[in-house]
Design a protein around this ligand. Structure first.
Ligand code: ATP
Length: 377
């Protein structure tokens, strides 16, 4: 079931009574979730992710815009009639009920043509319990289970009504690091097995990147970029997206373009054809540095952390916008901690430049960039 979100906007009365204008939590959000895909809705706290999800679920009514499930306009439909499964951060299980009773609960409320016999309900509950691998825990109470197990019950309860669309709001936030990893892989598996179109809200870029078919990056209610996680990482449209994706984060510098060359301070670091002379922001991914004895970027070495196959080199540079620069390089290219400086050449496809005012990407040409021929702003 594809989900079409057309010019969705949500305005709330401003919490500051002195300000007359509404607060726009979601602004002209247009996106189509393809049938059977898992989409990660991603952005910092307060960017409007949950509000978007609540509009899709029917818990919030859009101020403007339309929502379609397939060809059905569901904008005015109540939550109960949308055919959705919802999973929240705080599993929201009934504490006095067993797992089995929790999963059966949504089925017991079905009415009319949807009403099921006791036998059918049990069969469905057993089927989803198997899918989320909790069939052995059916007689336990929520308090007798781990957070990860409780979240699986919540997912089973959302799936038992065979929803057209599954909506997950920060479902892993209450789990510890190990369980988060395990549960996110489980969610991916369950989504693949069921083929249910799924929208997953998170502020954790790593989580979204690791399980989503596509991500939607939001800032202040506005979509910044959509696409396959790797494509968005490799080709960010603005400085915000470049900074939001990636661990360790991208290194940001104040730079200058002059005569088709990019300068960081006095270091002339890269050919950037097709760009007018101007001050720019420069983003360099940690894996974009090559340790090189006569590399053009000269940094003051702070420390070297060997992490097995790779080393993380911490250094500083006068043009860096961050206190330190973090590069990830091959451990073989060892740099001695006692060195005063480290010199780098740069991989052109890991270097992005952005307009200093608008922070929008400026594309450049470089002899080493065979596929990137976009030029100008
Ligand atoms: P988080 O990750 O912290 O949950 P989010 O991206 O999901 O954040 P939303 O919960 O969608 O953000 O909120 C978006 C903005 O709308 C926030 O600034 C929030 O304060 C505001 N907001 C949400 N609900 C209301 C409301 N009922 N009235 C007024 N403002 C609201």
């Amino acid at each position: 079931m594809k989900v079409v979100l057309q010019n969705l906007t949500k305005a709330f009365p401003n919490r500051n009574k002195k300000i007359k204008e509404d607060f726009i939590a979601v602004n002209d959000f247009t996106f189509t979730v393809p049938d059977g895909k898992l989409i990660g809705l991603l952005g910092p706290s307060g960017c409007g992710k949950s509000t978007t999800l609540y509009m899709i679920s029917g818990l919030q009514k859009p101020t403007a815009g339309k929502i379609y499930f397939g060809d059905d306009d569901v904008t005015e439909l109540s939550t109960e009639n949308r055919g959705i499964g919802l999973v929240f951060q705080n599993y929201a299980l009934y504490p006095h009920m067993t797992v089995k009773q929790n999963i059966l609960f949504p089925l017991q409320n079905l009415k009319g043509a949807d009403k099921l016999s006791k036998q059918e309900m049990l069969e469905r509950a057993t089927e989803v319990a198997k899918l989320v691998q909790i069939e052995e825990l059916m007689d336990r109470k929520p308090s007798e289970m781990s957070g990860g197990q409780q979240q699986r019950v919540a997912i089973a309860r959302a799936l038992v009504k065979m929803p057209r669309v599954l909506l997950l709001d920060e479902p892993l936030s209450n789990l510890d690091a190990r369980l988060r990893l395990q549960t996110r892989e489980e969610i991916r598996r369950i989504q693949r097995e069921t083929g249910i179109t799924t929208i997953f809200v998170t502020h954790d870029q790593e989580e979204a990147m690791s399980i989503s078919d596509m991500i939607v990056v939001m800032k202040q209610g506005v979509i910044q970029q959509t696409g396959k996680p790797q494509n968005v990482y490799d080709d960010p449209t603005n400085l915000f997206v470049a900074k939001f994706l990636g661990t360790p984060p991208i290194n940001v510098f104040e730079g200058k373009v002059s005569g088709g060359k990019l300068y960081l301070g006095d270091d002339c670091v890269l050919d950037v054809g097709g760009v007018d002379d101007k001050d720019v922001w420069v983003g360099i991914r940690p894996e974009g540095f090559i340790v090189s004895n006569n590399g053009p970027l000269v940094c003051n070495l702070s420390s070297v952390e060997v992490m097995g196959r790779d080393s993380s080199i911490v250094s500083t540079h006068s043009a860096s916008a961050n206190p330190v620069i973090r590069s990830i390089v091959d451990s073989d290219l060892s740099v001695s901690s006692s060195d005063k400086t480290v010199r780098y050449a740069l991989k052109p496809h890991k270097v992005f430049i952005f307009n200093k005012e608008t922070e929008e990407r400026i594309y450049f040409t470089n002899p080493a960039l065979t596929n990137k021929t976009k030029t100008g702003e």
